[in-house]
Design a protein. Structure first.
Length: 556
């Protein structure tokens, strides 16, 4: 029988340039082509204008005292500042650290300190999130590495009170780079494609996020081959409502465009289905990205029928399993006949498998496509490590240029994830058919995917253990029609204590991201266990699914 192993194409060759050099070469080819539209900010930039602003920012960052190799965080939703930071840090040899806008005080404190961020660019606030206020609460004593904070301001914005750390407007930072610093070119010339350039936090089973460290070579090539699957070109305009802090927006969005001379279109800072539909029509977008819940929100919007979406051709649906009926509606009603499905993880830059624009629809919705160029995938028995025959489930592993540099400051966790032969073990259960199409059938780890966000129950458990009335806690994912999965916590209270659901939610408020707060909370006397004392999470899941009538919607 044939083994579940596949190797991607070897043409075209891998890009061995840095992001800055590749971007500059693209600008030289088409300086006047449209590069960026940020509709909520009223910004339209050509490739030449985007390059000029990014170089200004790179000059400003070096002038502010940052040294190549140092880390700078970006804590923001989608905007011009985000993409400028992405390009400028790559030119200046700085490591861009993506901070999730949903993070709260304990999470941002951990992330900034774990990688030793010297500086941070942040939104002052967004809806109910007051970022500068959270940083004030933490203060310099709890953020010993952080020397500068620049807050993203709009024209005419009132001054914001920052923490006891040097705080200024982002516009002031940008203005300080008006006189181009010759060091930008000098530094850029010394950089190598294998240099770490980006850190993205991924939830850890130990209860703390791990900083997946990615190089120019990792994400530049991944963005390029993703764009190749979509057949992107200079005539394309890609609408990107998915967040930049995540690989989906930053690599599958920004870098897929910038490596093909396409235009980036941000419909808004955060996701809004109506503004996304408006952007597609107004800008004649040819591509649209999203997780299934975003496409559902667009399709089900009461004003959906008012918009002309006939310019659409391609895009990517990813983040969680795509229901076949949703995919059919997207193809039929949104004109996305060449939409593709992508699969990956942050640690693999992220995409390792993707369908193409001409993959038959049934294959696009029932699989995650085939292996990307210059990569290998195999499916192994989780116990023995032996490659399993085609059609048999096992753990999906991937190897090649996309595998991360490592987890920042954590060699032990890096060795756990990447074996001695260079294979990244994904923790996902998958099958491979005779034509090499991969299908994800479950997860070895207990990861929950809620609306495209990866959540590890252990992280939530570790946090809830800190509640003074909690003796023990188990967190599982339950099927949910809207988000794919929702969190459920079973809690054993300490003797003599009677916490309420409201107590638990109040404890979570402002400390962990909203999507990590369990939707369902139950207080119990014991957990189901094996005779050897191992907790049986699947029985918790099954019992709750039955109790709540969710069994029929259960997903892999």
């Amino acid at each position: 029988m044939t083994d579940s192993y596949a190797r991607g194409a070897t043409e075209p060759a891998l890009i061995e340039q840095t992001i800055g050099d590749f971007f500059d070469a693209m600008v030289a080819r088409q300086p006047d082509a449209l590069a960026l539209v940020s509709r909520h900010e009223g910004v339209r930039l050509s490739y030449g204008e985007l390059q000029a602003q990014a170089t200004r920012l790179a000059s400003a960052l070096l002038r502010a005292g940052l040294q190549p190799g140092e880390r700078i965080g970006i804590w923001s939703h989608n905007n011009l500042a985000w993409v400028l930071m992405q390009i400028a840090t790559a030119k200046a040899g700085l490591v861009l650290v993506n901070i999730n806008p949903a993070y709260r005080t304990s999470e941002v404190e951990y992330a900034l300190n774990k990688v030793g961020c010297k500086a941070l660019v942040t939104m002052p606030r967004f809806k109910t999130s007051a970022y500068l206020a959270m940083l004030r609460e933490l203060g310099a004593a709890r953020l010993p590495h952080l020397k500068n904070i620049w807050w993203i301001d709009a024209p005419g914005a009132a001054d914001e009170a920052g923490p006891d750390i040097a705080t200024a407007r982002f516009s002031q930072l940008l203005a300080s780079g008006d006189a181009a610093d010759p060091r930008v070119g000098q530094v850029q010339a010394t950089l190598k494609a294998t240099d770490p350039i980006n850190i993205q936090f991924t939830s850890g089973t130990t209860g703390f996020p791990k900083g997946a460290t990615l190089t120019h070579r990792n994400i530049l090539n991944n963005g390029y081959f993703i764009g190749e699957c979509m057949k992107l070109g200079p005539e394309d305009r890609l609408c990107i409502p998915v967040p930049m802090y995540h690989c989906f927006g930053m690599v599958l969005g920004n870098l897929a465009c910038l490596t093909h001379g396409s235009a980036i279109v941000y419909p808004n800072d955060g996701f809004d289905p109506l503004l996304t539909l408006e952007a597609v029509q107004a800008e004649r977008c040819t591509g649209l990205h999203g997780v299934p819940t975003m496409f559902i929100a667009e399709l089900d919007h009461p004003r959906f029928g008012e918009f002309d979406l006939s310019s659409l051709r391609t895009g990517i649906m990813a983040g969680t399993a795509c229901p076949i009926e949703v995919m059919k509606r997207v193809v039929d009603r949104m004109h996305l006949g060449e939409i593709t499905i992508a699969y990956g993880m942050t640690e693999t830059s992220p995409v390792s498998c993707q369908s193409s624009t001409d993959t038959p629809l049934e294959r696009r919705v029932s699989t995650v496509g085939t292996v990307q160029p210059h990569l290998e995938v195999k499916i192994v028995d989780p116990e023995s490590g032996a490659t399993v025959p085609r059609g048999q489930p096992g753990e999906l592993c991937t190897r090649g240029y996309s595998v991360m540099h490592g987890y920042w400051g954590d060699e032990a966790k890096t060795r756990e994830a990447i074996d001695t032969e260079g294979w990244m073990h994904t923790g996902d259960l998958a099958t491979m058919d005779d034509e090499g199409y991969v299908n994800i059938v479950g997860r070895i780890k207990d990861m929950v995917i809620r609306g495209g966000e990866n959540i590890y129950p252990r992280e939530i458990e570790e946090f809830l253990y800190r509640h003074p009335q909690v003796q023990d806690v188990q967190v599982v994912g339950l099927p949910d029609r809207r988000y794919g999965e929702e969190l459920c916590a079973w809690i054993i209270p300490k003797p003599g204590q009677q916490p309420t659901e409201a107590d638990i939610r109040a404890f979570c408020q402002g400390q962990i991201a909203h999507y990590k707060v369990p939707k369902y909370i139950r207080f119990v006397e014991a957990f189901p266990m094996t005779v050897t004392g191992k907790i049986q999470k699947y029985r918790i899941r099954d019992q709750m699914a039955d109790e709540l009538g969710l069994t029929a919607e259960k997903t892999a």
